[in-house]
Design a protein around this ligand. Structure first.
Ligand code: MG
Length: 309
């Protein structure tokens, strides 16, 4: 696809952002036909991208070798966030089954987390893997708030929290309990910090619409949690961090780019609401963007962190 896609482009707010693209680079719409896209995850060995079409209860696959798109997994339990673990396996948040799973090398699906303190999780939303193999996920109630993205069900946890699955014994620990609706999450390149978004404004008019930053101890304890950035247009849902520590985050009008000190330096404008992004391609310099009904991509002069964040 060549030429200018209407409603797209780069918006420079601070001069640094102008160094992150070339003027002739265009946003491409790779595919359209979903109801609500989230959870892009890049598989370098297979050169494909997996993502979720939540209300249509399916996972899709875009193949870099020929640009084709196919259904990767029908009846996906209204999957949402996906990531790739240290062994190249798919890790998935499922609204309908209210769990986090891992797809093993033989294709079988193993449950990693479906309860805490003897009660079902709400509806795991997004997930990342740290370099020590621990798996971190958020658990807002979006997937059980209606029948649209799962089964409408009561919340049985005492709120919406952030959890960590221990790599040694699979134990689940609650690591943050002061969120309204924890949503996207990602580590900075050195993993000294964990960023977590709160999209509580979706259900409370004066609720949070921000990303918070926590310091991460070796044992997984979090401290701090100050607000890193407030969203200026819509909500921060999912986001990723590049090797220089910049945050590329979803928002209503596209992808917003922040420097590690919390400065909004520019945007990639997208004509639909953006929910999640990830870096992919052999050099991890191609940003894949889940925007409502469509999958978009754009090359940038930045590279996603090498770890599967
Ligand atoms: Mg999300």
């Amino acid at each position: 696809m060549y030429g200018i896609l209407e409603g797209t482009g780069f918006e420079v707010i601070e001069p640094e952002f102008a160094t992150l693209f070339a003027g002739h680079i265009r946003v491409e719409r790779l595919w359209s036909g979903a109801r609500w896209c989230e959870g892009p995850a890049w598989f370098p060995a297979g050169r494909y991208l997996i993502w979720s079409d939540i209300p249509n209860n399916r996972m899709m696959r875009w193949d870099e070798t020929d640009g084709s798109v196919s259904v990767f997994r029908p009846a996906s339990n209204n999957s949402n966030g996906n990531t790739v673990d240290l062994q190249g396996r798919l890790v998935t948040c499922e609204h309908l089954a209210r769990r986090v799973t891992r797809t093993e090398h033989d294709g079988s699906i193993r449950v990693l987390a479906d309860s805490y303190d003897g009660k079902p999780l709400n509806s795991p939303n997004d997930v990342v893997v740290k370099s020590d193999g621990s798996i971190w996920f958020t658990d807002p109630f979006y997937g059980i708030a209606s029948d649209y993205e799962g089964d409408q069900s009561p919340v049985e946890q005492d709120g919406c929290h952030v959890y960590r699955i221990d790599p040694s014994d699979g134990g689940i620990r609650r690591v943050a309990d002061d969120f309204a609706q924890p949503n996207g999450l990602a580590f900075c390149p050195q993993e000294r910090f964990l960023y977590v978004s709160d999209t509580g404004a979706s259900h409370q008019p004066d609720g949070p619409a921000h990303i918070r930053r926590f310091a991460v101890a070796e044992d997984g304890q979090l401290t701090g949690g100050e607000v890193f950035a407030n969203c200026t247009n819509g909500l921060f849902d999912g986001f990723r961090v590049d090797r220089d520590g910049r945050i590329w985050t979803s928002a209503r009008d596209g992808v917003h780019c922040y420097t590690p000190d919390g400065t909004l330096i520019g945007k990639v404008l997208i004509p639909e609401i953006v929910a999640n992004v990830t870096f992919g391609g052999p050099k991890r310099n191609r940003l894949f963007i889940c925007g409502t009904t469509s999958l978009y991509s754009v090359y940038v002069f930045a590279n996603g962190a090498d770890r599967p964040v």
